[in-house]
Design a protein around this ligand. Structure first.
Ligand SMILES: NC(=O)c1ccc[n+]([C@@H]2O[C@H](COP(=O)([O-])OP(=O)(O)OC[C@H]3O[C@@H](n4cnc5c(N)ncnc54)[C@H](O)[C@@H]3O)[C@@H](O)[C@H]2O)c1
Ligand SMILES: O=c1ccn([C@@H]2O[C@H](COP(=O)(O)OP(=O)(O)O[C@H]3O[C@H](CO)[C@@H](O)[C@H](O)[C@H]3O)[C@@H](O)[C@H]2O)c(=O)[nH]1
Length: 447
């Protein structure tokens, strides 16, 4: 099939590459000339495991192309995927300016039947606005061309995006147009065994499903983070509790890890946007408001633990910080908890020596010229001359460290772990003080 993907970010590039991998002919369009140049030159502008191989393979055989030429891109695909960003507006609602601009681009250039597929995460009712935007452009040109607007939200996780796209738990298609449903079924047949993972529903339910999924996952995390605080007070270990409750299939084992708060480009903005949608319709989403508030607090927990151990005034102190990206296996710094931890430490006069396997460049951009932050080339180098180690992101290379080397490098034998990576007894056996999240058998936070 001929497919155009508008927006070549984490979602657009993965969508384009994976659809090409299945034999479709894909043109990816972006307004960011630098990004397109990198892709045309054989590079990948983001860190996403396994994506480079697929992109290169499909470019080589001519099934995947990159362009900034809107007219050529729109002319190419019968299916026009919109995968542009929907960042939060000032009031928390999703900013649809890029989605509507993409819709207008399609309307301004289309000359034959198109299925316009909203893959971006967009509030309920957006498909109607996309339809109006396309229609407006067609009217302006004095043209009548048939088209359908379909909702097909994306559920991939960064760091595992290729696997998630190629082997999806489900594909949601919201459509009220027979011809569009037929083509969407055909497009996704190769990704879903016997169609059992393809769910066709009405457009509004599909749009809502995406927010409901992220809101549910974020709720689990904030719930566990709040219980973690209580576990420290009552002398329990949240990791034991996690295992205990996760074995009940009604609860399940995934997304129950207490930590330094959830970040990324999706949970924070999507929870806010759903709360906002509720407000617009007079429905107060109390649970989600609390989820959001709990997460804002949680991002300060590591800073609080540092203060509890070293005091309010951190002038003259240096902290090694392992992990900058909002999660492992990505270079994405959007809403990363590390940004809050760093701000909490430098505000009190501390210096931070940070190390991340891939996100250093993005972190530099996200932090701007914050004084007191330097970047190390390795986890061990970040420890040199530091008072203590703070772990924010659970990259695999941090999971089994040389504890003796950590102890030797640090001025004080203190590890503050925001991801509960280690057995407390093991860390303590190496002569280190160990502070973790919700684990009373690690040294508890004094109040
Ligand atoms: N990142 C994820 O893991 C993820 C997963 C599922 C859904 N989503 C949703 O998918 C959407 C895209 O997210 P992302 O992380 O890929 O964003 P991104 O910021 O990485 O990429 C968006 C791209 O769209 C381009 N763009 C903006 N306006 C354009 C226009 N008018 N024409 C062409 N290109 C344009 C930008 O230059 C950018 O390259 C969002 O709605 C997001 O909520 C993201
Ligand atoms: O038990 C857990 C699981 C995750 N997190 C944190 O939650 C955030 C989000 O993690 P994850 O969901 O793995 O990454 P994303 O790439 O943001 O993916 C989410 O957001 C995407 C964009 O909407 C959706 O497509 C995915 O299904 C959804 O998982 C990260 O900061 C994680 O550290 C926890 O604190 N505890």
């Amino acid at each position: 099939m001929k497919v155009t993907v508008i927006g070549t970010g984490y979602v657009g590039l993965v969508t384009g590459a994976c659809l090409a991998e299945m034999g479709n002919h894909v043109v990816c369009l972006d307004v960011d000339e630098r990004k397109i140049r990198v892709l045309q030159d054989g590079g990948i502008p983001i860190h996403e495991p396994g994506l480079d191989v697929i992109v290169q393979r499909n470019v080589a055989v001519g099934r995947l192309q990159f362009t900034t030429d809107v007219a050529a891109a729109v002319a190419h695909g019968t299916l026009q995927f919109i995968g542009v960003g929907t960042p939060p507006d000032e009031d928390g609602s999703a900013d649809l300016q890029h989605v509507l601009a993409a819709a207008r681009s399609i309307g301004a250039h289309m000359t034959d039947y198109k299925i316009i597929v909203d893959k971006s995460t967009v509030p309920v009712g957006t498909a109607d606005r996309v339809r109006e935007a396309v229609r407006g452009e067609l009217q302006r040109r004095g043209m009548e061309v048939e088209f359908a607007v379909v909702s097909n939200p994306e559920f991939l996780k960064e760091g595992a995006a290729v696997g998630d796209f190629m082997r999806p738990d489900r594909i949601i298609v919201g459509a009220d147009d027979e011809r569009a449903v037929l083509l969407m079924r055909a497009l996704y047949a190769s990704f879903t065994r016997n169609h059992d993972r393809l769910q066709i529903m009405d457009v509004r339910s599909a749009e809502f499903t995406k927010y409901a999924a992220n809101a549910m996952l974020a709720t689990r995390i904030s719930f566990m983070n709040e219980l973690a605080q209580l576990a420290e007070k009552v002398g329990a270990d949240i990791d034991m509790v996690r295992r205990g409750i996760g074995s009940d299939p009604r609860i399940g084992t995934h997304f129950l890890y207490a930590g330094a708060g959830y970040g990324g480009s999706c949970f924070p903005k999507d929870v806010k946007a759903l709360v906002r949608t509720g407000q617009e319709h007079g429905v107060k989403l109390r649970v989600l408001e609390a989820v959001e508030e709990a997460n804002e607090q949680q991002k300060h927990v590591l800073g609080k633990k540092v203060v509890a151990r070293f005091g309010e005034d951190l002038a003259g102190r240096t902290f090694a910080l392992w992990g900058l990206a909002f999660k492992p296996d990505t270079d994405d710094m959007r809403e990363a908890p590390s940004l809050v931890v760093i701000a909490d430490l430098v505000r009190r006069g501390a210096r931070v020596q940070a190390y991340d396997p891939v996100a250093t460049e993005q972190a530099r951009l996200a932090l701007g010229d914050v004084a007191g932050v330097s970047f190390a080339d390795s986890a061990q180098a970040a420890l040199s001359g530091a008072d203590a180690l703070v772990i924010v992101t659970e990259w695999r290379e941090f999971r089994s460290p040389d504890f003796d080397a950590i102890r030797a490098a640090l001025k004080q034998p203190v590890v503050i772990d925001g991801r509960n990576l280690f057995e407390p007894a093991l860390v303590k056996a190496h002569g280190l003080e160990y502070f973790a999240i919700g684990r009373a058998n690690a040294v508890p936070l004094k109040t």
